[in-house]
Design a protein around this ligand. Structure first.
Ligand code: MTE
Ligand code: MO
Length: 324
């Protein structure tokens, strides 16, 4: 199975990337896939390109619109400082226990209020779409941020294919539920932290349709590492990181605002909207500033994480203190 981009006629890859660089990149990917099978990388169990080769993936993508030119957080930081509570509450747990996430085989169900529901093997789910690189600022509710070069495609492709009906106003997402393998989901109170598994999230349909909202299947030219939400995760860059649900298995169109894991656990701390908003403090800390991972001085946090020009109009007429 191949993941390919269809080259856009008005902007082919060879126009934006000097030919030799492009050729060398392909060479690099081939080499690392060839070598990868023999490598064992700490928590990953195997290098991402090796996993890619085993799944038969080939990542080809174009640099996309909407990307920031701020300097990227290193691959090492992006893959070793994570939140993925299915593998435990610590920032290093997801890398340490990454191989507890079993991604092969993987099925994604699309259903609810839509004319074209379906159940897809993840390869068939991804393959029809051209992949782009989107370099996004990401801001965690805990006060740190990163700049991540995602590879993915717009969620609106999936929505248009599914054809939601008139009654569909929200999209509900659900992650993997596999307590036999995922230590964070075992029903011991201390390990589960009182969270209701599986991890759930939701967006209003217009937020889900917005071109900034993507499904990601890779980063830094590699197939998505397990700790970042393999094989496919949501990325919504103007909202706090927890909205960007990892390892998705279920997408459903619904009429009412769907329950979400963090809102159920602590409704006064984590609202449904969760737009990055320096004017609304978390009950236990300020949201005025953030620490960009890899930097020393804190930065001021921007409204909508700096994506206000693109998304502010989605919330016209809403009181974003009430709908935090
Ligand atoms: N299934 C699932 N998705 C999740 C989480 C999680 O624990 N489980 N954590 C969220 C939080 S709090 C953040 S900040 C981001 C972190 O994404 P990253 O580790 O790829 O940077 O994932 C989000 N998606
Ligand atoms: Mo987060």
């Amino acid at each position: 199975m191949l993941i390919r981009t269809r080259h856009r006629s008005e902007c082919s890859h060879s126009e934006v990337t000097p030919r030799e660089v492009y050729a060398r990149r392909r060479e690099f990917l081939r080499t690392s896939i060839g070598l990868g099978a023999g490598l064992a990388l700490g928590g990953l169990g195997m290098s991402a390109p090796a996993a890619a080769a085993l799944r038969g993936y080939e990542l080809e993508f174009e640099p996309g619109d909407f990307s920031t030119d701020e300097s990227k957080t290193s691959l090492d930081e992006i893959t070793s400082y994570n939140n993925f509570f299915e593998m435990g509450p610590g920032k290093s747990d997801p890398k340490t226990y990454a191989d507890q996430l079993k991604t092969d085989p993987w099925t994604i169900t699309v259903d609810g209020l839509c004319d074209n529901p379906g159940e897809y093997a993840v390869e068939d789910f991804i393959n029809p779409w051209s992949l782009e690189e989107r370099i996004y600022r990401m801001r965690c509710v805990e006060g740190w941020s990163m700049v991540i070069p995602w590879i993915g495609f717009e969620l609106n492709r999936i929505i248009e294919k599914a054809k939601p009906g008139a009654g569909a106003r929200y999209v509900a997402f659900e992650s993997i539920y596999d307590p036999d393998n995922l230590r964070g989901q075992r029903r011991r109170p201390r390990a589960s932290g009182g969270l209701e598994w599986p991890y759930t999230e939701g967006l209003r349909l217009d937020e889900a349709m917005h071109p900034l909202t993507i499904l990601s299947v890779g980063l830094y030219e590699e197939v998505l590492p397990n700790q970042n939400g393999a094989p496919i995760r949501l990325v919504v860059p103007w909202k706090y990181g927890f909205k960007s649900i990892k390892s998705i298995q279920h997408i459903r169109f619904v009429e009412e605002e769907p329950p979400t894991l963090w809102n159920q656990a602590q409704p006064d701390e984590y609202g449904f909207y969760s737009n990055v908003n320096p004017d609304v403090d978390h009950p236990r800390w300020s949201q005025r500033t953030e620490r960009r991972i890899g930097e020393f001085r804190r930065r001021r946090t921007e409204m909508f994480n700096g994506y206000g020009d693109e998304v502010a109009s989605l919330y016209d007429g809403m009181d974003l203190r009430e709908h935090f």
